[in-house]
Design a protein around this ligand. Structure first.
Ligand code: PHE
Length: 337
C-alpha cells in the first residue's frame, strides 16, 4: 500500500508538471482525486489492511492527497497569472471610462427639500409617525365620526386587527400633541394611502407634508402668512395665493388653498394644492382626555394645521401631466429634473 501511494504521488507530480493548460489540470484532478480517481480507489483498499498497518497507511494517504492538491493549486495559479497578464496587456488604461448616469434627485425629494428648508426658517422642526395606524389616531381623535365616508372600507385599507394604512399624515398632529406639551411647531412628511383607482392624477400611495403649530394666540393671520411664504418660496414670489372656505372635520374654520398658475399661451388657472385650517376645539378636547391634563385646553391654546400633497406640488411646478411617471423610475423621465 505504502509503495503504491508513493507511485501514485510521483506519477501525479510528473503529469502535473507536464500539464499545459487549466483544462489538463482539471482532468488530472478528476483522475487522481475524483470519485473514481486513483487515490480514492487506493483509499478504498484501506479496509483490507491489518489493524497495525492502518494508521500508518492513513497518514500516508492524507499526505499524498495534500501534496497532489498543493501541486495542482500551484500550477493553476501559474496559468492564472499568465492569463491575467495577457488580459492586462490588451487593456488600455488611457481610454475614458463609461459615464456614470448622473440624474440628480427625484422631483418629489426636491420638492420636499425645498418645503422643509422654507419651513425650518420659520422655526418648524421635523416629526414623524407610523404608516400603520389605529382608527383613533386617523379618525376619532381628528373629530371624524364613524359614519364619515373616509372611514368606509371602500376608501381605506384596513387590516384584520382593525388597524389601517393612514389616509393622511394628520395622524402625526395627534401623535405629536399626545407626546409633547405646547408650544409645538412641526412638519411631518410621509406616505398616505387611499383605495383610489390609479389614473393620471391618483395613486393609492402618495406623499403628504403635514404642518401643525400650537401656542398661545395663534391666529388665522399666522396661518395665512406661513402658507403664503411657503408657496411663494416654491412657486415664485409673485404667485397669487387664495384661501377658499372648505370643510375638514378637524379644523374650524377650514380652507383649501389655490395658487394662480400661469401656463404660457393659456389662460391662467386657480389650482388647489393644500388643505388647512385652525385646529378644531373638539380635537384639543380629545387630546386633553388622552393626555389626562389640560395643557391643550382650547381656553389656553390655539393652533393651525395644513396638509400638502407633494406629488401635486411637483406636477404643478414642472408641468407633469401624469402622476404615474413619478413612480415608474424611467431614467428618461427622471433625467429631466
Ligand atoms: N388631512 C387633510 C387631507 O388629507 C388635509 C389637511 C391637513 C386639512 C391639515 C386641514 C389641516 O385632505
Amino acid at each position: 500500500m505504502l509503495e503504491q501511494l508513493q507511485i501514485i504521488l510521483s506519477e501525479a507530480i510528473a503529469e502535473i508538471s507536464k500539464a499545459t493548460s487549466l483544462e489538463d489540470l482539471d482532468n488530472l484532478r478528476v483522475s487522481y482525486l475524483g470519485k473514481k480517481g486513483r487515490l480514492t480507489l487506493a483509499a478504498g483498499k484501506m479496509k483490507d489492511l491489518s489493524k497495525e498497518e492502518r494508521p500508518n497507511a492513513g497518514k500516508k494517504l492524507n499526505e499524498t492527497r495534500s501534496k497532489i492538491t498543493q501541486s495542482l493549486e500551484e500550477k493553476i495559479n501559474h496559468f492564472q497569472q499568465i492569463e491575467d497578464s495577457k488580459e492586462r496587456q490588451s487593456l488600455d488604461p488611457t481610454l475614458p471610462s463609461n459615464p456614470i448616469a448622473s440624474i440628480g434627485r427625484h422631483p418629489i425629494s426636491q420638492m420636499l427639500d425645498q418645503a422643509i428648508k422654507a419651513l425650518r426658517r420659520m422655526g418648524f422642526s421635523l416629526a414623524s409617525g407610523p404608516e400603520i395606524e389605529t382608527e383613533w389616531h386617523c379618525f376619532d381623535a381628528l373629530n371624524t365620526p364613524q359614519d364619515h365616508p373616509a372611514r368606509n372600507e371602500s376608501d381605506t385599507f384596513y387590516f384584520d386587527d382593525g388597524k389601517l394604512l393612514r389616509t393622511h399624515t394628520s395622524t402625526i398632529q395627534i401623535r405629536t400633541m399626545e407626546n409633547t406639551k405646547p408650544p409645538v411647531r412641526i412638519i411631518a412628511p410621509g406616505a398616505a394611502y387611499r383605495r383610489d383607482e390609479i389614473d393620471a392624477t391618483h395613486l393609492s400611495q402618495f406623499n403628504q407634508l403635514e404642518g401643525l403649530y400650537v401656542d398661545k394666540d395663534v391666529s388665522l393671520a399666522d396661518l395665512k402668512g406661513t402658507l403664503e411664504y411657503l408657496l411663494q418660496n416654491i412657486f415664485g414670489k409673485e404667485t397669487p395665493v387664495r384661501f377658499r372656505p372648505h370643510f375638514f372635520p378637524f379644523t374650524e374654520p377650514s380652507f383649501e388653498i389655490d395658487i394662480l398658475l400661469d401656463v404660457e399661451g393659456k389662460k391662467s388657472k386657480w389650482i388647489e394644492i393644500a388643505g388647512c385650517g385652525m385646529v378644531d376645539p373638539d380635537v384639543f378636547n380629545e387630546i386633553c382626555k388622552a393626555r389626562n391634563d389640560d395643557s391643550y385646553s382650547p381656553e389656553k391654546v390655539s393652533g393651525f394645521a395644513f396638509g400638502l400633497g407633494l406629488e401635486r406640488l411637483a406636477m404643478i411646478k414642472w408641468g407633469i401631466s401624469d402622476i404615474r411617471l413619478l413612480i415608474e423610475n424611467d431614467l428618461r423621465f427622471l433625467g429631466q429634473f
